[in-house]
Design a protein. Structure first.
Length: 145
């Protein structure tokens, strides 16, 4: 495949659609925890606010300043994180990392939509941006739940 074909595959219409429609972009007024994560290589950032009740995410807000791949990941996370336990969020994060670095299985539901990012496996310089939302969410849950 040529480099142009690879880039077209990487930035699929599904990834671009997710990046264009990120849910929960409003920051929370009174979060239980706020975590900001930055990908040093590209400068992408994601700030996550969340609250917990009964060990589950009760509310979630995010500020996303990332490439289309980081935005797509934040879109999937924002759409599905409310109601999740820490174990579910951690399992999603860990599976996403394995999917990107070791061709592991698709992350478990409710984060299985992250499968759309599988073509980014060969672009190690994009992995940190893709991981931002789940890394920040796990850290925030550890602090708030």
């Amino acid at each position: 495949m040529t480099a142009n074909t690879d880039m077209i595959k990487l930035y699929s219409s599904r990834i671009l659609a997710l990046a264009a429609d990120i849910p929960r972009l409003q920051r929370l007024e009174s979060p239980g925890a706020t975590v900001r994560r930055r990908a040093p290589l590209c400068g992408s950032t994601v700030t996550v606010d969340l609250t917990c009740e009964g060990g589950k995410v009760a509310d979630y807000g995010q500020d996303v300043k990332a490439c289309a791949l980081g935005q797509a990941a934040a879109s999937v996370v924002g759409a599905h994180i409310v109601g999740c336990t820490g174990d579910q969020v951690r399992a999603g994060r860990d599976a996403l990392k394995l999917m990107l670095t070791e061709d592991g299985p698709t992350p478990p539901a409710p984060f299985d939509g992250l499968e759309v990012l599988r073509p980014a496996q060969d672009y190690k310089n994009r992995h940190a941006s893709i991981m931002l939302a789940l890394d920040a969410a796990v850290e925030a849950m550890d602090a708030a739940c």
